[in-house]
Design a protein around this ligand. Sequence first.
Ligand SMILES: [Zn+2]
Length: 67
Amino acid sequence: MPSAKARDNKALVATCVACGKNFSPEAMVALAGRVEGRARPFPVCVACADGGWRPPGFDGIYGYRPS
Ligand SMILES: [Zn+2]
């Protein structure tokens, strides 16, 4: 039976929308894109963001957070 701590750890994982891999939130950034005219954040890993991946309608702000 998984402990509460294990469940907490699992919750601290987000999926990169570019490569589909799971990362801890500290290894990810949110890029502001637009879907059907509405602003929407796209969570991607730092590797994808640094590699040039951008969401549709990207507004030019790359909110990189140095760790
Ligand atoms: Zn990625």
